[in-house]
Structure formats: structure tokens, C-alpha cells
Design a protein around this ligand. Structure first.
Ligand code: S3P
Length: 438
């Protein structure tokens, strides 16, 4: 599918309701599948990435359904050996979280996925799981998937992750639930803490401070639960930056998760001069939630590095688009992890934004953008990366002439209603670039 865009001729206006948070949806599914009984999660993200986990869990004997109202209903408990390899498609979270869970199951299984997923690093999870007692074999003696897992009895470990990664941390905490003795996971930065929040709510004994979490597996069976999933801040980032950049915009993003381990982008944009008001702060499903009012603004360049990178790790494609419109230089460092995401997000971002006329230079661990630049429409490619595709679509709203985003079907992976939410059009011409009143 290709998405064709022409510049927004007037401001974006209206209210946007966002899909459920991807990370929390994955956790609701996984912990629901491990819990005994029927768990329910409202505002579940039903998209490509969660479908991958649903299919794998079904192959393991778990029943998972989505009601017409968008509620996940999952019946967990004992898992059975799958008949065929489990296909995680393009979902890193699915592969890593399942790896943690399968390490503790008394049967053998194989995890595989799309070519893109097979190149992503799994050693950061496989190696500590082996130390816990699991048998995991990758291709040709490496940790490269497909991975063959022979699960069994595990024991706790004290492990320092080489990079801050919530997926790796979560995989180890899942395995730790079944292990003998406590498990401690240390991280070099503050990765998202949705797993800790949910496990605590389920009564698991868990201590966390200074990027270190210790889980005591005092109960092996998780209780079933009900929860509400907040809107995904990472999806909100697209309309948020679109409204910041398109003159005359004034939009409201409703019920967005504003967990501080996720809102690095908000902090940076506010420092850059963005006009964002955080309203009605409240708690829902154990997570902080708010409504965001965003108006067009004039941005100044900024430097992003250190812990903040972890707190906005999924937002760099759209952040780079914002940086092209900011006055002065924007520098991103300490972000080498971007090369290991759905695409090499430094290489792909630089290649595609340059086609639109952006001044962007790659660094080993980030990039430098000069601004402001008048972007010009061009034919650009998604590299199969949902966040790059959406970032390029937003760039198309401010670029002169026509922008064509090829391979835009990957947007379905995390934000199936993106086009409708942004009131874009998949037809050859954008009919309307406003949010609400077209
Ligand atoms: C996620 C954690 C992040 C993020 C990904 C979802 C999660 O990955 O990029 O989109 O749900 O825990 P890492 O933990 O690998 O950094």
C-alpha cells in the first residue's frame, strides 16, 4: 500500500482518540495467558504486533479473543507444547517475552519470525535465561533466531543488562516468576516499567530502585485480572508533532498514557518551545493518563542524550521530522540502539528524510539535523518500519508538493486507524489533512 500526501492547507483541529498502548497490550496478553482464569483488558491494541502474540499463545493452548468493543478476553493457565514453530512475525516483544515464558515450560518449542525479526538481537535475553537453567539454541551456535528452547526448572540470577531494554527485563522477570529464589535485573537506564506496575498489582513481590528490579517468586500462579489500557503515547507522538508543525493547528489527544518512563519526547518538545498542555492527569489501570492539548508552535533545536533517549526510544523517527522544522541544530547521541529496531532507524531515517530535502547527518549513535528546512515532496520508503512510515506521512503534511510513502501497510502493525485518525486519505490525493472537520 502507498500513502499519498499533499501539504495541509489549514490547521489540524479536533479530538483524536488513540489506540491502546502496544507495550501494555502485550503485557496484558502475556500475563493474562500465564494467570489462572479469565482476564480482561479494555482498549486492547488489536493490530499486527498483538495478533502475532495472540496466534503464538493460541498455538500454546491459550484462549484469547477480542470482543467487538475492543476488549481482550484471555483464558490462561497451563500451556501445552506447540505442534509447529511459533511465528512471531515482526514483533520483537512477542519473541522476547515468549522466550522468557517458554524457558520455564516443561516442553520444547521453536520461536521464529520475519526476516527483519531474525536479524534482531536475542542474546541479551537468551544468555541470562541459560544462566537461569534454560536450554536455548540459535542458528549455527549463535543466538540468532529461529531459537529452539528446551524449558524446565529455573533458578534466580542477578543480571546486569548491557543496554536498558524493557523487553529484555520483562522476559527475565517472566522467567523469574517460575524460578527458585529471587532474580535481580540491573539496567544502565530507566526503561519502561509497565511490567513492574502490572506484576505489583497482581500481588507479586517486587522491589525496584535505581534502574534495578528484584522479583521474589513467592507465588507461582498469577491471579486473573481486569484492567484498562491507556492510549499509546508512542502513537500519540504522530498527531502531536503534526499539530505542532502545521500552522493553525489545535488538537486534543484523549486519554494518553503519560508514564514518565515513556514521555521523554514531551520533555524535549516542551524545552524546544512546543505548545502542549497536559490536562486532567489521572490514573487508570495502574498507569498515569492525561489529555494533551497541542497547538502549532515555533520549535528551537535541542540535544537529546543519556537517559532521555531510553524514555523516548520509539519516538526518534517522528522527532527527526520535528527537528527539520526547528531553528538551529538538533543533536541525538547515545542512541545506537536505534540501529536494532524494526529498521536501522538511523540509516533508514537519514536516507528517507534526505529524499525530502532534510539536512540530516548520521552518527554511529544518533544523528544531527539542521533546521528549519523547507521540505519538498518525494517518493519515500517505509523500510517495513511502521514508525518510519507514519513519520514520513507527517512530513508529507508539511512538504511542498506530493509525498508518496511506499510500503505503508506496515502502519497496521501498531496504529491501524492512523489514516482515519489523521483524516488522511490512501487515494492518490489527500482529500483532507485536518483531524476532525473534513
Ligand atoms: C518495548 C520496549 C522497547 C520498545 C518497544 C516496546 C516493550 O524495546 O522499543 O517498541 O514493550 O517493552 P526495548 O526494550 O528492546 O528497548
Amino acid at each position: 500500500m502507498q500513502l499519498t500526501l499533499t501539504p495541509a492547507t489549514r490547521g489540524l483541529r479536533g479530538t483524536v482518540t488513540l489506540p491502546g498502548d502496544k507495550s501494555i497490550s502485550h503485557r496484558a496478553l502475556m500475563f493474562g495467558a500465564l494467570a489462572k482464569g479469565t482476564s480482561r483488558a479494555r482498549n486492547f491494541l488489536y493490530a499486527g504486533v498483538t495478533q502475532a502474540m495472540i496466534d503464538c499463545l493460541r498455538a500454546l493452548g491459550v484462549s484469547a479473543e477480542i470482543s467487538t468493543a475492543g476488549e481482550l478476553i484471555v483464558q490462561g493457565g497451563e500451556w501445552r507444547a506447540p505442534d509447529t514453530p511459533l511465528d512471531c512475525r515482526g514483533s520483537g516483544a512477542t519473541m522476547r517475552m515468549l522466550l522468557g515464558a517458554l524457558a520455564a515450560q516443561p516442553f520444547s518449542s521453536t520461536l521464529t519470525g520475519s526476516p527483519g525479526l531474525l536479524r534482531r538481537p536475542m542474546g541479551r535475553v537468551a544468555e541470562p535465561l541459560r544462566r537461569m537453567g534454560a536450554h536455548i539454541a540459535g542458528q549455527n551456535g549463535s543466538d540468532q533466531p529461529p531459537l529452539i528452547i528446551r524449558g524446565g526448572s529455573l533458578h534466580g540470577i542477578d543480571w546486569a543488562l548491557p543496554v536498558a531494554s524493557a523487553q529484555a527485563k520483562t522476559a527475565l522477570l517472566i522467567a523469574a516468576l517460575f524460578g527458585e529464589g529471587p532474580t535481580t535485573v540491573r539496567e544502565p537506564g530507566p526503561s519502561r516499567d509497565h511490567t513492574e506496575r502490572l506484576l505489583r498489582a497482581l500481588g507479586v513481590s517486587l522491589k525496584s530502585e535505581n534502574n534495578t528490579v528484584t522479583l521474589n517468586p513467592d507465588r507461582h500462579t498469577l491471579p486473573a485480572f481486569e484492567m484498562d489500557i491507556p492510549g499509546d503515547f508512542s502513537s500519540a507522538a504522530f498527531p502531536l508533532i503534526a499539530a505542532s508543525l502545521v500552522t493553525g493547528s489545535d488538537i486534543t489527544l484523549q486519554s494518553v498514557g503519560v508514564n514518565p518512563t515513556r514521555t521523554g519526547l514531551l520533555d524535549v518538545l516542551l524545552e524546544m518551545g512546543a505548545d502542549i498542555q497536559v490536562m486532567n492527569e489521572r490514573e487508570s489501570g495502574g498507569e498515569p493518563v492525561a489529555d494533551l492539548i497541542v497547538r502549532a508552535s515555533h520549535l528551537r533545536g535541542s540535544t537529546v542524550r543519556g537517559e532521555r533517549v531510553v524514555r523516548m526510544i520509539d519516538e526518534f523517527p517522528i522527532f527527526a521530522v520535528a527537528a527539520t522544522q526547528a531553528e538551529g541544530e538538533t543533536v541525538v547521541r547515545d542512541a545506537a540502539e536505534l540501529r536494532l529496531k524494526e529498521s536501522d532507524r538511523i540509516g533508514s531515517l537519514v536516507a528517507e528524510l534526505r529524499k525530502l530535502g532534510a539536512r540530516i547527518e548520521p552518527l554511529d549513535d544518533g544523528f544531527i539535523v539542521g533546521g528549519p528546512t523547507s521540505l519538498r515532496g518525494a517518493r519515500v520508503a517505509s523500510h517495513g518500519d511502521h514508525r518510519l512510515a507514519m513519520a514520513l506521512a507527517v512530513a508529507g503534511l508539511i512538504a511542498e508538493g506530493e509525498t508518496i510513502v511506499e510500503g505503508a501497510e506496515c502502519i497496521e502493525e501498531s496504529f491501524p486507524d492512523f489514516v482515519a485518525s489523521m483524516k488522511l486519505s490512501t487515494r492518490p490525493r489527500v482529500l483532507c489533512a485536518g483531524v476532525d472537520d473534513c
